[in-house]
Design a protein. Structure first.
Length: 344
């Protein structure tokens, strides 16, 4: 397979996505592969966002004025809960890593069976998982080291603010303004690490059973040889999924609002009809509301898989097509070379 530029790799990726998902077409297989693509790709991890819900302190709840007032049992329960949450999150991420390798096997070998890649690539997927854990820990340590000056500044601001008074505005601005470019830098580093690991190093793990050092060295030599193309690829890798999802959002906005309004109207009508009910009638009303709520959620999930599946699959195909032109073993699997003509 010859090397293709980052821009020219878009069309083959779309064509491979069309062939993989729709030729031949089966609803069950399409939904299965679409769901796997969404889980492994996350609609492009570039679009991932986290929401924080903040609350205002209440005067009616218990307030702790000293660390001595904290019951040791609460501390033990909090530590146990955090430990369990960490273990559960690590286990989920391990399963997603295994699924990424299985989906990689499907795309490379043009098969729709998840199970063969799940078991065949178990060892490299496990090593890739632990390598990702190490990178994640280093990244968090880097973030913590950068945050130390800001944490000390916040503590100083809290100490200098009198009870019931307003904080020092110049000091607050001196703390807030430098955070903006630093947060942007941290996001860029995280995205580049994600592209480096999943798009470029993962194929070496899956196809060569390479170590972390071997995979990184192979990727680094290719990046140094074509800096411009890899830079353009990284930009398109971020921009194209965002454009695709924005276009889908615009197209489905009105139908989605209509369906959401219809579902809300049905649930509200049932709630109003059974508002004064008692006994068995009240139970029936609750069950009907739950039923229609589940149906609405199922339709939303179905639409999400139908739309997000092709987008997520095309993102992974784009990564394979681009890097396959630089990594011969991968390129030969994507586009097998024509057999040599027999000698005369």
């Amino acid at each position: 397979m010859r090397a293709i530029s980052a821009v020219d790799s878009v069309s083959p990726a779309i064509e491979r996505t069309r062939n993989f998902l729709f030729r031949p077409f089966s609803w069950g297989t399409y939904l299965k592969l679409g769901l796997v693509a969404i889980v492994t790709e996350g609609i492009g991890s570039n679009l991932r966002s986290s929401s924080h819900s903040g609350g205002h302190p209440s005067d009616h709840g218990p307030m702790i004025h000293s660390l001595a007032e904290i019951h040791p049992g609460w501390v033990a329960a909090a530590v146990a809960a955090l430990l369990l949450a960490f273990i559960f999150s690590a286990w989920i991420y391990y399963l997603i890593t295994r699924l990424r390798f299985a989906f990689f096997h499907c795309l490379v070998h043009t098969t729709r069976e998840i199970r063969p890649g799940w078991w065949l690539l178990r060892e490299p997927a496990t090593r890739f998982f632990w390598m990702n854990v190490g990178v994640g820990v280093c990244y968090l340590l880097f973030v913590a080291a950068i945050s130390i000056p800001f944490i000390s500044g916040v503590l100083r601001l809290v100490r200098e603010t009198p009870p019931g008074g307003s904080p020092n505005l110049p000091l607050l601005l001196s703390l807030a303004l430098p955070i903006i470019p630093i947060i942007f830098l941290l996001v860029v580093i995280a995205v580049l690490l994600d592209v480096l690991l999943r798009d470029w190093m993962l194929p070496h793990y899956a196809l060569e059973d390479a170590s972390a050092g071997e995979a990184f060295s192979a990727v680094w030599s290719r990046v140094m040889a074509e800096k411009r193309e890899f830079f353009v690829y990284a930009l398109l890798r971020l921009i194209l999924p965002a454009i695709a999802m924005f276009a889908v959002f615009i197209v489905l906005l009105i139908p989605g609002l209509i369906l959401a309004g219809a579902a809300a109207a049905v649930v509200y009508g049932i709630h109003s009809g059974f508002a004064d009910a008692a006994g068995a009638a009240a139970v029936v009303g609750v069950l009907l509301q739950v039923f229609f709520g589940v149906v609405a959620f199922a339709f939303a999930l179905l639409f999400g898989v139908c739309i997000g599946g092709p987008v997520s699959t095309s993102v992974r195909e784009y990564a394979l097509v681009f890097y396959g032109g630089r990594y011969r073993r991968l390129g030969d699997l994507l586009y097998p070379p024509a057999p040599a003509a027999p000698a005369a």
